[in-house]
Design a protein around this ligand. Structure first.
Ligand SMILES: Cc1cc2nc3c(=O)[nH]c(=O)nc-3n(C[C@H](O)[C@H](O)[C@H](O)COP(=O)(O)O)c2cc1C
Length: 171
């Protein structure tokens, strides 16, 4: 059984992020051999990264924050990820970037896909996340962007057509 985690990339009041995230989760539940999990960053209220040792440092002791341990364990238990990201000022949300930055080896060698939205479909946020994924994942990425306007009309619009559009290696 493969575990794919859908990460809700906004914690804002009235956020849109949970709508596509829930839809994606429903699609994952229809697939045999896949366990779909929802990782809502509201459930992981991590501080801004402030540690003296970076997550990537080999042999570093575990971070002491319980919420960071809980988050890291979920990333470790996942085989792949769907990042559902808003676009804030041409980038992803600070809360999502911070959640990525707390973890390192647990992201490595796992698949990552990105779903974005926004008035320009969130493409700049995905562009930024793909560059981050070069460092954290080192694997192929698939990308699907849909505008919020499309999605509000019908969620059948959230599906990358017949399948995800592979746009190339992330590394
Ligand atoms: C601080 C901020 C910055 C934003 N910057 C952009 C932007 O650069 N490009 C864009 O297309 N939309 C931008 N938006 C619009 C958001 O993409 C839109 O509000 C989206 O619904 C936010 O996702 P959320 O509702 O899941 O938090 C911005 C919104 C906020 C709050």
């Amino acid at each position: 059984m493969m575990t794919i985690s859908v990460i809700v990339g906004s914690t804002r009041q009235g956020r849109f992020s949970e709508k596509p995230a829930q839809w994606i989760l429903q699609q994952l539940h229809k697939r045999e051999g896949i366990e779909g999990l929802l990782l809502d960053l509201r459930d992981f209220p991590m501080p801004f990264f402030d540690q003296p040792m970076p997550p990537a440092m080999p042999g570093r002791p575990p971070y002491e924050h319980e919420v960071v341990k809980k988050w890291t364990a979920q990333i470790a238990a996942s085989d792949g990820f769907v990042f559902v990201t808003p676009e804030y000022n041409y980038g992803t949300s600070a809360v999502l970037k911070n959640a990525i930055d707390w973890v390192y080896p647990e992201w490595n060698r796992k698949a990552a896909a990105f779903v974005s939205y926004g008035s320009a479909m969130g493409t700049r946020a995905v562009q930024q996340l793909r560059e981050t994924a070069i460092e954290t994942n080192g694997t192929d990425s698939v990308i699907c962007s849909r505008s919020r306007g499309d999605a509000m009309g019908t969620f059948s619009g959230w599906g990358c057509g017949k399948g995800p559009r592979r746009v190339g290696k992330a590394s």
